[in-house]
Design a protein around this ligand. Structure first.
Ligand SMILES: [Mn+2]
Length: 335
């Protein structure tokens, strides 16, 4: 199957200029990203916050969920508030990779939550809810778009900003391995290294601080991986009981699904996580032939062609059978 060609919005350049003008003009900013924030959202927030502060702006960061322990090395992370809904009005709201405004978890309510809304995203599905919309599915991470913006703002760039952008791009590309990586990705990374980012330090922060409990939980999960008859679909689940028994935290499971996609022959990997409120978080990874974002969409979630997810109500059994049935049918038809 031929993959769709991804393109930037046609008016991207104009919208980009508008964003730069607004940022230069206003003083009071609020930044947010999607629920269960990841390295791209948090790293972009960190870098953009530093850039805005360096221009003398006032910056508030509000997310729907706390920052996972993994990202505690990010500059300005102590500034992140977890407050839903956030009721203080700000002049400019910047949404980082929220395909629609609700993905922020209701942190900023639109319309009316801010005078200007800058929507920065690299997802294909985006409802263009901003007063300015920077939508670029060619970007490997929203961090690439944010770096362009920081450069255009003319502020003094530094190592602390570079750490956020490096984190954003590294985590969204599986450390520069995935299909979304472009020459532009590496050009940006080169600039970040010139600002003193140490790849060894970043690797240690991002991948070599795995808590022992997390490794134990992974071992438990992987011992229960199942495959469909053709071995093209692989999956496993982590329950609240398994978390309690191992002492691991739910946010330590972020990369678990990738171990299954790495199995030879597997087209789609699925990971099911029982959340503390009894819902099931589904993570989907594809090798590329199957577009898992459309599957996630069908279950109320979203994401990218190769990486997507959704949060479902229902028992582990019901959710597993519904999702796996859909995945199987797509793998068979290569849709
Ligand atoms: Mn992203």
């Amino acid at each position: 199957m031929v993959e769709q060609t991804l393109e930037r919005d046609r008016d991207y350049e104009q919208e980009f200029e508008k964003a730069v003008t607004i940022i230069k003009q206003y003083e009071d900013f609020i930044l947010t990203t999607h629920v269960n924030p990841d390295g791209d959202g948090l790293g972009s927030e960190s870098a953009l916050c530093l850039a805005l502060l360096s221009l003398g702006k006032k910056v508030t960061i509000v997310n729907a969920n706390p920052t996972p322990d993994l990202y505690y090395f990010l500059p300005e992370r102590e500034r992140v508030l977890v407050e839903v809904p956030h009721t203080t009005k700000h002049e400019v709201a910047i949404f980082l990779e929220c395909p629609d405004e609700k993905r922020s978890g209701g942190v900023i309510v639109l319309p009316g939550g801010a005078t200007h809304v800058i929507n920065i995203d690299h997802h294909v599905f985006n409802t263009r809810y901003g007063t300015v919309n920077l939508i670029d599915p060619v970007a490997a991470a929203a961090g690439e778009q944010v770096w362009d913006l920081i450069c255009a703002l003319g502020c003094q760039r530094n190592n602390r900003m570079a750490i956020g952008i490096y984190t954003a791009i590294a985590t969204d590309t599986g450390h520069f391995k995935y299909a979304g990586v472009t020459p532009q990705t590496h050009k940006i990374i080169a600039q970040l290294l010139e600002l003193g980012v140490q790849p060894g330090y970043m690797n240690e922060q991002l991948y070599e601080r795995v808590p022992a409990e997390g490794l134990h939980l992974l071992a438990r999960g992987l011992s229960q991986v199942q495959y469909n008859a053709q071995r093209k679909v692989g999956w496993f689940a982590i329950t609240q009981d398994m978390l309690t028994q191992t002492g691991a935290k739910a946010n330590q499971t972020e990369n678990f699904v990738n171990y299954v996609r790495a199995v030879e022959g597997v087209e789609v990997a699925v990971f099911f996580l029982e959340t503390s409120d009894g819902r099931i978080k589904v993570s989907l990874r594809s090798r590329g032939a199957v577009d898992v974002s459309t599957i996630a969409h069908q279950f109320g979630g979203g994401g990218h062609r190769r990486a997507a997810g959704a949060l479902l109500s229902g028992s582990m059994m019901t959710v597993q059978s519904a999702v796996l049935r859909e995945v199987e049918s797509r793998v068979t038809s290569k849709g």
